[in-house]
Design a protein. Structure first.
Length: 116
């Protein structure tokens, strides 16, 4: 038996840009082809014939805006960088990136992760 994707279709439209020739491609999951090394599927660029790996992250709405089904992260409010820049002796939380003082802080004030 050959490798194939599940027999259902999402009904979504996807858009990608070919990395080889820069062509923008729109397609549905009905036009995907499959190989074991492309488990999520792929499409062939109509211009340069390169294989383009498919991902659900490339889904778009009918108006061309990115589709978000509630499972993908969305940037809501991006924190502004510290205008003073990095302070010598300070470290950064490995979970959220907030700056902390290793001599006085035991937990991150941004996310609560135990620092160590």
């Amino acid at each position: 038996m050959s490798f194939q994707r599940a027999q259902w279709h999402s009904g979504l439209t996807y858009q990608q840009t070919c990395k080889n020739c820069g062509t923008k491609i729109r397609y549905t999951d009905e036009s995907l082809d499959f190989r074991p090394w492309y488990a999520d599927g792929f499409v062939v660029c109509p211009k340069c014939k390169a294989n383009i790996r498919h991902s659900e992250a490339f889904a778009i709405n009918p108006d061309g805006t990115p589709y978000n089904n509630g499972r993908n992260p969305v940037i809501v409010n991006q924190a502004q960088p510290d205008p003073q820049g990095p302070v010598p002796g300070m470290r950064y939380c490995s979970n959220c990136g907030k700056q902390y003082n290793p001599e006085t802080d035991h937990f991150c004030s941004g996310c609560g992760t135990k620092l160590g």
